[in-house]
Structure formats: C-alpha cells, structure tokens
Design a protein around this ligand. Structure first.
Ligand code: MN
Length: 288
C-alpha cells in the first residue's frame, strides 16, 4: 500500500521530519490551492476541481493522509475513485451523516457516501460527540440507517428513545472486532480514521475528541487486514489553525465546534505524527 500525504492545511508538513525520524518518508502533494475553499465544505465546482487534482489511486491500494478533519469530505472523493463493491469502516467521533444542503461537507459527506452505488455499507465506530443522542439522531441519514446501509457501533452506549446503541469495543476489543466483522459482507473494505475519535493523549484535533485508545483502532485495523482486503484507507484529524476567507465559514466554524482547542502546534504535531506512524504500521507493517 502506497502512502500519499495531501497538503491542504500545513498540518502534515509539520509532521514530515517527525515521521522521517521513524523511518517514514512522507512525500507531500500540495493541495494548498484548496486550503480555504474546501475547508469545512466545498462548492460542487471546487469539489470537482479537487477530485480532478487527486492522482489516480495506486493499484496496490493507497493510504491517504488528508490533514485536518475539516477536510474529511476528501474521503468521499477518494472512495468515489474506486469501483469495486466495498464496505467503508469509519472510525470517527461524529457520524458525518447530516442531511445536506451542502453535499461536500465534513459533516454530511457520509450521507453522500451512502448514495454511491459501489458502497455496500458504512460501519461507524466511535461516536461519542453526542451527535446521535436523543433528538439529534433523527437529523441524520435515517433512510440509510433504516436500510442497514449505515451501521453505528458507538464506543460508549448511546440512548435514543427506547433504543440503546452500543458496541463491545470498550469492554472487550476482540468482541467489538467480531461485531464489526459480522457487519461486513464484502471482501473489499476501505478504512477511514478521523483521529477525533481518540483520547487526547493519542491525538490532538480541531474538534472535540472521544475517549478511544489508539491501540483499539490499530488492533481493529490488523484484524480487518487479516480477514478482508483493504483496498484503500485514509486519516484526518491532524491539527492546523483555522483560516477562511468566507465570513459564513467563520460563523459556521464557531457554532459547530463545541470546544475550541488551542493547542500549541508543536505539541499537536508531535502527538499526531506518533499516531499517524502507528496507523501506517498497522496498515502497512513496520517501517524498514
Ligand atoms: Mn469526520
């Protein structure tokens, strides 16, 4: 599997030397022309340009590092490039499944993903943000949920009316993995990791974070690799200062982020680089 780092926001450029020290060469593909226009969401025109700027996926599969979770909709462009029937396994603190107006948005891209013909199912693990609790649940992609196209495996139990959504990941990682594998009917899978599902000691993101240890994610990735063919993977959740040109995006950014992490960039880069190195190891094997 090939590693490609897309430099939308500078977050990965700051990790380059840290990763090199661990034997990982990160070659950056500049996407800085989309830094502001694609942050949080992209217009259809910008999304199309962005998708065209992405290289064709490597035949042996590609692990894409994307940068901040504000660009998670880039995963939609990457998965759209693939054609074989597949299941998307998404580790995320948020479901990213809100119904549009914006189709290409970091909070709605899963809604669009569920409408791609080759995506058989999306299984989401994490979900501690409160976005699926109580009446917020119905604001999501109910249609895909009821069809079983989207499956939710929260890291901690979530109450929705009479219904308790839960998984075993927290109590017994291997039982959680068995539940996850039980939901995957295709041989091919794509894995997307938004590091905001991780506890603060394992990642520092632009969003409120969950409490999952990174080892839970890497253990799950190794098990997925043993049982399935991983045709592609990506990660977001790296840290970068937020910059926009659009006043609307400033307002949306302020309203959406329940906490406003102000991390020292260097601390965040060091922690996130270590997390990315462990994700790469789990997906590709240790650096030689
Ligand atoms: Mn996300």
């Amino acid at each position: 599997m090939e590693i490609v780092a897309y430099d939308f926001d500078g977050s990965l450029a700051m990790q380059q030397s840290l990763l090199q020290a661990r034997g990982i060469q990160l070659s950056l593909q500049s996407m800085r022309q989309f830094e502001r226009s694609a942050r949080l969401w992209a217009s259809s025109a910008v999304f199309k340009q962005l998708a065209q700027a992405l290289p064709r996926p490597a035949p042996q599969g590609q692990f894409s590092l994307i940068g901040s979770g504000d660009y998670h909709h880039v995963s939609l462009a990457l998965i759209s490039q693939l054609t074989q029937p597949l299941t998307v396994v998404l580790f995320d603190n948020h479901p990213d499944w809100m119904r549009p107006p914006h189709q290409y948005h970091c909070g709605t891209w899963v809604y669009s993903l569920a409408r791609l013909a080759h995506v058989e199912r999306i299984v989401i693990i994490g979900l501690e943000s409160g976005d699926i609790a109580e009446d917020r649940f119905e604001k999501g992609d109910m249609k895909s949920y009821l069809q079983g196209k989207i499956v939710l495996l929260p890291y901690q139990p979530v109450q929705v009316g009479e219904l308790t959504l839960k998984s075993s990941f927290k109590e017994h990682v291997f039982m959680g993995i068995a539940e996850l594998l039980g939901e995957i009917e295709t041989d091919h899978i794509y894995i997307s990791v938004d590091k905001d599902c991780l506890r603060a000691e394992d990642a520092r993101t632009n969003w409120e974070q969950g409490s999952m240890p990174l080892s839970t994610v890497t253990t799950a990735i190794r098990a997925l690799k043993a049982h399935k063919q991983v045709v592609g993977a990506d990660t977001v959740g790296d840290f970068s200062p937020v910059r926009f040109r659009s006043p609307l995006k400033w307002i949306a950014s302020h309203l959406d982020r329940r906490s406003q992490p102000r991390e020292e960039l260097e601390v965040a880069s060091r922690i996130n680089a270590a997390a990315n190195a462990l994700l790469i190891e789990a997906l590709i094997g240790p650096a030689s």
